[in-house]
Structure formats: structure tokens, C-alpha cells
Design a protein around this ligand. Sequence first.
Ligand SMILES: C[C@@]1(CC(=O)O)C2=NC(=C\c3[nH]c(c(CCC(=O)O)c3CC(=O)O)Cc3[nH]c(c(CC(=O)O)c3CCC(=O)O)/C=C3\N/C(=C\2)[C@@H](CCC(=O)O)[C@]3(C)CC(=O)O)/[C@H]1CCC(=O)O
Ligand SMILES: NC(=O)c1ccc[n+]([C@@H]2O[C@H](COP(=O)([O-])OP(=O)(O)OC[C@H]3O[C@@H](n4cnc5c(N)ncnc54)[C@H](O)[C@@H]3O)[C@@H](O)[C@H]2O)c1
Length: 211
Amino acid sequence: MLYPIILKLESRPCLVVGGGKVAERKVNSLVDAGAKVAVISPMITENIQKWVDQGTVRYQGRGYQEGDAAGYFLVVAATDLQEVNDLVTRDCNQRNILINTVDNPEGSNFYVPATIRRGDLQIAISTGGASPAVARRIRQSLEVQFGEEYGEFLTLMARLREQVLREVPCPVRRKAIFDSLADADLLELIKCGEEKRLKERVAQCLSSSLD
Ligand SMILES: C[C@@]1(CC(=O)O)C2=NC(=C\c3[nH]c(c(CCC(=O)O)c3CC(=O)O)Cc3[nH]c(c(CC(=O)O)c3CCC(=O)O)/C=C3\N/C(=C\2)[C@@H](CCC(=O)O)[C@]3(C)CC(=O)O)/[C@H]1CCC(=O)O
Ligand SMILES: NC(=O)c1ccc[n+]([C@@H]2O[C@H](COP(=O)([O-])OP(=O)(O)OC[C@H]3O[C@@H](n4cnc5c(N)ncnc54)[C@H](O)[C@@H]3O)[C@@H](O)[C@H]2O)c1
């Protein structure tokens, strides 16, 4: 069974080998996660070139050479040449580096899931490599259910959580407050832009559990 985690990549050196369509998708999500991304590839897409020009991505315009992966925290082997991807994978597995090989699920020690992001909420969908096309469809259907309002909702919940942790010493009361906030119709009120009722409802949840 695969082990799901949420990885912190802020400032971690990550390498993408290859500069085509698939590499571009992986570079994009690594940059979004705040990683320090390097690309090694003789050719790169226009978008990767743009990130290089902006200084977001470091680029070496050449083929991968044995040992290049050393020192990276995470590597993606995304060339269209199986022998190159195999070499990168071997280099990483020898060094216990996290490796995602786009043409060889067995050689990878992690897969990239289809992902929905709504502020602090992330929903990751994986079929364990069985069918990326199915993962994509599940993402598309969940995107309808989990709308943009979840971003604001979780920002509010995080702020209220800090406040309650600071102000309510009793863990049983804290739990009651968190449950009542999560059960209330705050999402609906955010979605409809009902700011006044939202404030009232939050105040109700905070005070009812304080009795
Ligand atoms: C989720 C997503 C994340 C991302 O890459 O960002 C992702 N693939 C996506 C798209 C996509 N992938 C493919 C197509 C072309 C259509 C088709 O062939 O279906 C499309 C385009 C499309 O469907 O739109 C083909 C494909 N994919 C893999 C192979 C190799 C193989 O299986 O041997 C081949 C065959 C290559 C060939 O030989 O042609 C392998 C992997 N792809 C994975 C992830 C990992 C397993 C995820 C899971 O556990 O389910 C895994 C194992 C490794 C990895 O890459 O991490 C992203 C959807 C994002 C989204 O839309 O939300
Ligand atoms: N995992 C996935 O989600 C997924 C999806 C579709 C396809 N694929 C697989 O990914 C592979 C790549 O797809 P693509 O559409 O990005 O291909 P592409 O042809 O657009 O890009 C290939 C890239 O590899 C680079 N490259 C070639 N030799 C290299 C070397 N020696 N060192 C470094 N870089 C080198 C090329 O310069 C090019 O930038 C496909 O062959 C397919 O097997 C995977």
C-alpha cells in the first residue's frame, strides 16, 4: 500500500530532468510549492523558458549526466528517453532521493496525485498509478463539490482556532466549539456573501459552547 503524505518543499533543491510538456507540469507544481527548482534538458518549453528568464527556475541546457541528481531532495525524471529516465532513477535510488519517473511507475518511489487547492485545503487523488485519466476525472467532479469558498472558510477557521486555543483553556470546551463551528452553515453564508449573518453565526458558536 502507498503511504500518503503532504510534503514541505519550501527552499528544498529539486531537479526536473527533461523540459517537455510533462516536465513543465511537474516544474509548475514544484514552483508553486516553493521549491528551488533546477531543470536539466537540451530543450525546454516556452513556459519553462519564461520561468528561467524570470529567475524562478535554474536551467542547464544539456543532457543528463550520471550523478547529476546528487544533492537534490527530490527529482523528477521526465524525458522521453527511457534509458535516460532509468539512469536518473538509478542515481536517485542509490542515494535515497525521492524520485518520480514519468514513464515508469515501478521505478518511482512516489507518484504525483491529481490535486484540488482551495487555500489551505488540498485534496489529492491517486489511483496508485492504475489510471491517471480516472484520477483526473475524479478531480474534475470533486472540483464542483469543493468550490472556491473553501479557501475563505479555512482562513476563517484557522483564525478562530488560534483565538479559541488562546482563550479557552478547557480542551473539552474547545472541542465543542470546533465541532459547532464545523457543523454550522458558515460555508453557505460565505458562498452567499452574507457577512453580517456569518459574524452572528460565529459569535453564536463561540458563546453557546462557553456556557
Ligand atoms: C495526476 C497527474 C499528476 C501530474 O502529473 O501532475 C498524473 N498524470 C496526469 C496526467 C496524465 N498522465 C498521462 C496522460 C496522458 C493520457 C493517458 O495516457 O492517460 C495525462 C494527461 C491527462 O490525462 O490529461 C499518462 C501517463 N501517466 C503516467 C504514465 C506512465 C505509466 O503509467 O507507465 C502515463 C502514460 C504515458 C504513455 O506511455 O503515454 C504515470 C503517472 N501519472 C501520474 C500522475 C502518476 C499516477 C497518478 C495516480 O496515482 O493516479 C504516475 C504513475 C507518475 C507521475 O507522473 O507522478 C496528472 C493529471 C493531473 C490532473 O489533470 O489533475
Ligand atoms: N507521468 C505522466 O503524467 C505522463 C503523461 C504523459 C506522458 N508521459 C511520459 O512522459 C514522457 C515525456 O513526455 P513529454 O510530452 O514531456 O515529452 P517531450 O518530447 O515533450 O519532452 C521530452 C523532453 O526530454 C528532454 N530530453 C531528451 N533527452 C534528454 C537528456 N538526455 N537529458 C535531459 N533531458 C532530455 C527533451 O529535451 C525534451 O525537453 C513521455 O515519453 C511519456 O512516456 C508521462
